[in-house]
Design a protein around this ligand. Structure first.
Ligand SMILES: NC(=O)c1ccc[n+]([C@@H]2O[C@H](COP(=O)([O-])OP(=O)(O)OC[C@H]3O[C@@H](n4cnc5c(N)ncnc54)[C@H](OP(=O)(O)O)[C@@H]3O)[C@@H](O)[C@H]2O)c1
Length: 331
């Protein structure tokens, strides 16, 4: 095992969070039960905020950033895990209150770990990452609500060319729902069609202020944008439909009315991946193992070296990342 290793750490510099590469030793890691040799992490929108320093994600410093990791158990004081087990961890406060995945080694609580599904390699699991696992939670929520059905009315995905959106399009299409992708990047239409989108709506259309009740179109939707986009999605949802909302890439506001909810029984299903209990995680990963087409997954992500992280963070905040980014922490 390496004596020293590289990690991306947010530190307090003159009262402000500032990120950079640092050398750590195993003795620096938190005293949790399971030591994992990390192979890959990912880049999510929240990681972009943390790495660039544009958002105060870490609630204590110093903090190893990175909300995802996939790797192999090296040592375990828990009966649930043994050396050699392949594991994934998403959320659980990593990068906020717990040290995260931008490192070669990390010590984690046993209950934060999810067994790597047989369907995926460590790299592929991070191709999915928090964004993809959140998309799966959203599709689970829509189906639990009974909002969507194969061959039924259209399902909307906003922020479609982003990480959550790409996986949501693929998972919904695989279930046989007609998927309309909302994107501000027409050049991604072929990519999204390849994932299973059958229709498109320009994101500018959903950003326009509209009537509280609009023409009913969507059986359901997955929204990672928030703000007026979410309000329009709700206003255009059919009686009894639902929108699963998980993101705020556009805005954290909700400038709408109660009318879709009280006159059309439209549900706004909030989805949080960070503290989702293990049974919901297991269900989401089982869905991904069953429904995530391998060719679609491969087309969806790029693998980037650890050193590229600061540049990648800038790009995701500028909306320039298509799909998902896997961060190879070994190079
Ligand atoms: N609740 C949770 O547990 C959870 C988990 C994961 C992510 N999230 C949140 O979900 C959101 C998406 O995450 P991600 O990793 O998919 O990020 P991402 O890859 O950057 O995708 C976000 C997409 O949103 C669209 N977008 C960006 N800025 C916009 C704007 N001003 N107006 C309208 N659309 C805009 C873009 O899609 P187009 O280019 O296609 O237009 C962009 O690709 C973030 O807010 C993130 O924090 C929440």
């Amino acid at each position: 095992m390496a004596e020293t290793f590289k990690a991306f750490v947010i530190k307090d510099v003159d009262g402000k969070p500032k990120g950079g590469f640092t050398t750590l030793t195993l003795a620096d890691l938190p005293d949790n039960d399971v030591l994992v040799e990390v192979a890959y992490s990912t880049l999510n929108y929240k990681d972009g905020l943390a790495v660039s320093g544009k958002g105060r994600i870490a609630r204590k410093l110093p903090m190893v950033a990175g909300i995802d990791l996939a790797g192999t158990v090296v040592e375990s004081r828990s009966p649930d895990w043994k050396p050699g087990d392949k594991v994934v961890a998403n959320g659980w406060g990593m990068s906020e209150t717990q040290w995260g995945g931008y490192t070669r080694f990390q010590r984690l609580k046993a209950e934060w770990l999810t067994r790597l599904p047989d369907a995926f390699s460590l790299e592929e699991a991070m191709g999915i990452g928090t964004a993809g696992y959140t998309a799966a939670l959203c599709v689970d929520a829509l189906e639990r609500w009974g909002a969507v059905r194969p061959g039924g009315k259209e399902v909307l995905v906003t922020g479609a060319a982003g990480g959550v959106g790409s996986v949501a399009v693929a998972l919904l299409a695989k279930r046989g729902y007609p998927v309309v992708a909302s994107t501000g990047r027409p050049e991604t239409h072929d990519y999204l069609r390849g994932l299973g989108a059958t229709g498109f709506i320009d994101r500018a259309v959903l950003l326009e202020k509209g009537a509280p009740l609009q023409k009913e179109r969507w059986a359901g939707g997955v929204d990672s944008v928030g703000g007026q986009t979410l309000v329009n999605a709700l206003s255009q949802t059919i009686w009894g439909g639902a929108i699963a909302a998980c993101g705020l890439a556009g805005s954290s506001d909700l400038p709408g009315t109660v009318l879709p909810h009280i006159l059309r029984s439209v549900a706004l299903l909030g989805v949080d991946s960070v503290m989702a209990p293990q049974p919901l995680r297991d269900a989401a990963w089982a869905r991904l193992a069953r429904d995530m087409d391998k060719t679609a997954l491969t087309a969806m992500y790029e693998v980037q070296p650890f050193d590229a992280l600061p540049d990648l963070a800038t790009r995701i905040l500028a909306g320039q990342i298509r799909g998902r980014v896997v961060v190879d922490v070994t190079r």
